[in-house]
Design a protein around this ligand. Structure first.
Ligand code: SF4
Length: 369
């Protein structure tokens, strides 16, 4: 039986089944998720006899870090291979990527929720892989745990071998490969453990789930008691444009998507973030900016992140510096909080829309089967 990804309740059932008291489940849960002890030998809070018993009856399966690319800006991109699992839906081996981005006083980890993606956004390299498979809750959590453990053992955020401390604030963004809301159950199972203050202890307001606009998933997320913040990958100012850039828009057009956003509950200082990748000559005109401002006008607390396109393998152009600043200016003038974000890790293919299993030579890696 696989331990990684098991909830506290599932661990309690396991302990009962093997004749151990229920409190042992709490000890396993804490060692695994709060202390990130990824082998039974390391879980020294458990009696040796129990560790031996668990070693016979359970396992902890971790992705294997195949390659680790360090960007000049400090970001680290991990290429991880996922073994086959015993469950039918995840019986195929696959590869995914996670990106660790350190910055002053905090660290952000971008994780994948599916291997490849079926959504087919035209500006996204991951789309070219198609959907390979969904990740399990354990595989989603493992990306956070492995990157945090790697950074502490490899010398802290600054690469200083004497600095083994993590930054005080850990942010997690579900913006790597895959559409999180098309793998809802595994994603939310992982998030309940990540956000549990007895589990991985990540603060809910520091976790952001980004979706291409899967409306039934947004509505389901709105009902969750504890949930990540919501981000929408918008990238277009009207249906005509979005139908081309993000064909999912034909199924969930802007009117339906924005209505779900309007109803989405928000805490006292919580915003829905709209991400807008600026593609030179495609969606970056002043007219686009005015349309985006209008779309945002009656949605409640929202903000817009403008992300200038990273030139790469796809046939889009970087927007000019003038069009980026004019777009930004128009949004602010219309009262929409807006920020321009330049992607981290551009030189190691870790930036937005670039996660597609690229190796050091920048060639598309074969997907493991
Ligand atoms: Fe999938 Fe996100 Fe890429 Fe769209 S942008 S194809 S949803 S990974």
């Amino acid at each position: 039986m696989e331990l990684l990804g098991k909830s506290r309740e599932e661990l309690q059932a396991l302990c009962e089944a093997i004749g151990e008291p229920r409190y042992r489940a709490g000890q396993i849960y804490e060692a695994l998720y709060a202390q990130r002890k990824l082998s039974l030998e390391e879980m020294t809070s458990l009696p040796k006899a129990l560790r031996e018993r668990l070693a016979q009856e359970t396992r902890i399966t971790l992705p294997v870090v195949k390659q680790r690319f360090v960007s000049s800006d400090g970001a680290i991109r991990y290429l991880m291979s996922l073994p086959r699992t015993e469950e039918k839906a995840t019986a195929r081996a696959a590869s995914v990527e996670a990106v660790f981005m350190p910055s002053e006083g905090r660290q952000t980890i971008c994780i994948s929720t599916q291997a490849g993606c079926a959504v087919d956004c035209q500006f996204c390299l991951t789309a070219q892989l198609g959907l390979i498979r969904n990740l399990t809750a354990g595989e989603i959590l493992a990306q956070i745990m492995l990157s945090l453990n790697d950074v502490t053992t490899s010398g802290g955020c600054n690469g200083d071998p004497n600095d083994r401390q993590l930054a005080p604030q850990t942010n997690v963004v579900l913006m790597g490969q895959g559409e999180p809301l098309l793998n809802y159950d595994a994603v939310m199972k992982a998030m309940r453990i990540a956000l549990d203050q007895r589990g991985m202890r990540i603060t809910p307001r520091h976790v952001t789930l980004s979706t291409s606009g899967i409306v039934p998933g947004i509505e389901r997320l709105a009902e969750e008691k504890v949930r990540p913040k919501l981000a929408i990958s918008l990238n277009a100012s009207c249906d005509e444009q979005r139908d081309v850039l993000m064909p999912i828009n034909k199924k969930y057009p802007l009117r339906v998507l924005l209505d779900a956003c309007k109803k989405f509950p928000r805490g006292s200082r919580e915003y829905i973030t709209f991400e807008y990748v600026l593609l030179g000559g495609v969606n970056d005109t002043p007219e686009d900016a005015r349309r985006v401002a209008k779309l945002m006008s009656d949605l409640g607390r929202v903000k817009v992140n403008l992300i200038p396109w990273n030139p790469g393998a796809l046939p889009y152009k970087e927007p000019s510096a003038e069009s980026v600043s004019e777009f930004h200016r128009i949004l602010l003038e219309k009262g929409v909080p807006a920020f321009t974000r330049y992607s981290r890790g551009r030189d190691v293919m870790a930036a937005c829309g670039q996660l597609a299993l690229k190796d050091a030579d920048n060639s598309l890696l074969p997907v493991l089967r």
